[in-house]
Design a protein around this ligand. Structure first.
Ligand SMILES: [Zn+2]
Length: 200
């Protein structure tokens, strides 16, 4: 006996294809949409169907954008010669929120993970090298995560970029602001010591 109507079952299974959404959450989302006025479902469908048509990758930094170049690459007030290398578009948004970085970005769209078959050719490393070799970049800031794949990607990038004539820096992984150092985990603390800068 079919307990869940097929249309609802279909929506649940589509939601469940998304990362981090299990069957339970997918069911809750689908039922939630069903309980709301039909306008919500229509608005969602409209937003989803137009997504890929209106958003593309910026051919310079590979961030998702409605224009090419994206608003950051196309902004003459930003420093095109300083490029911050991040794993995903979400990292760009996080850095933008700090409001202190005025350079450009390069989105790798992943991290090196040989176990999952992700090597240098699977992420935008070749494109980064081409960008460096075009001569428009003075400084590369590696801003990958402090995870095992993030660190592996950073050291691979350090290896290959140090052969290029460009200044190479890394985000200092410090103690979170306001946190007593004794509460920091030893990894964070070690990184903070390693990345120490002259005291002012
Ligand atoms: Zn861009």
């Amino acid at each position: 006996m079919q307990v869940i109507p097929p249309a609802l079952e279909e929506l649940i299974s589509q939601f469940a294809r998304l990362p981090g959404i299990g069957k339970k959450t997918a069911t809750r989302l689908a039922l939630n949409i069903l309980r709301k006025p039909p306008a919500l479902a229509q608005d969602l469908a409209k937003a989803l169907s137009g997504l890929h048509e209106s958003i593309q990758l910026c051919s310079c930094c590979f961030s998702f954008s409605e224009s090419d170049p994206c608003t950051i690459c196309g902004d003459p007030r930003r420093q095109a010669n300083t490029v911050c290398v991040v794993e995903q578009s979400g990292d760009l948004l996080a850095i933008e929120k700090t409001d202190i970085f005025r350079g450009h970005y390069h989105i790798l769209h992943g991290v090196l993970s040989p176990m999952d078959g992700i090597g240098p050719d699977e992420i935008k490393i070749r494109e980064l090298l081409a960008r460096i070799r075009s001569g428009t970049v003075n400084e590369i800031i590696i801003a990958t995560s402090s995870t095992v794949p993030g660190e592996a990607t950073a050291s691979y990038l350090t290896d290959i970029i140090s052969k290029e004539s460009v200044k190479l820096t890394r985000l200092a992984c410090g103690i979170p602001m306001g946190m007593d150092i004794k509460y920091a985990d030893k990894y964070t603390l070690a990184k903070a010591i390693e990345a120490r800068s002259p005291a002012k």
